[in-house]
Design a protein around this ligand. Structure first.
Ligand SMILES: [Zn+2]
Length: 90
């Protein structure tokens, strides 16, 4: 079955990076996949961490994923805010 991945929005104050504690291979920013982890299919395996914590014990791959997840989230938000036309530089 190939249904599109859905997410449950989660936002805490500092621990905005949600890591699967079962496979340690998935990380999301301010959201967790539903109904289970797309990699290991564990349910309720996600725990929130700060980016500093992920940097502390995460693999290079996990850290890169965390940073990319945050950038994607920020890009999503700014694309809505910066909907106004951009003036040409010249
Ligand atoms: Zn997992």
């Amino acid at each position: 079955m190939t249904s599109p991945q859905t997410f449950w929005p989660v936002s805490h104050r500092d621990d905005d990076f949600w890591v699967c504690m079962s496979c340690l291979g998935e990380v999301y920013y301010r959201k967790v996949p539903m109904p289970d982890c797309p990699s290991c299919h564990g349910v309720s395996t996600y725990e929130g961490f700060t980016l500093e914590a992920v940097r502390d014990w995460g693999t290079e791959d996990l850290i890169a994923k965390a940073i990319a997840a945050k950038q994607a989230s920020v890009a999503d938000q700014s694309s809505v805010e910066s909907a106004a036309p951009v003036e040409a530089a010249d």
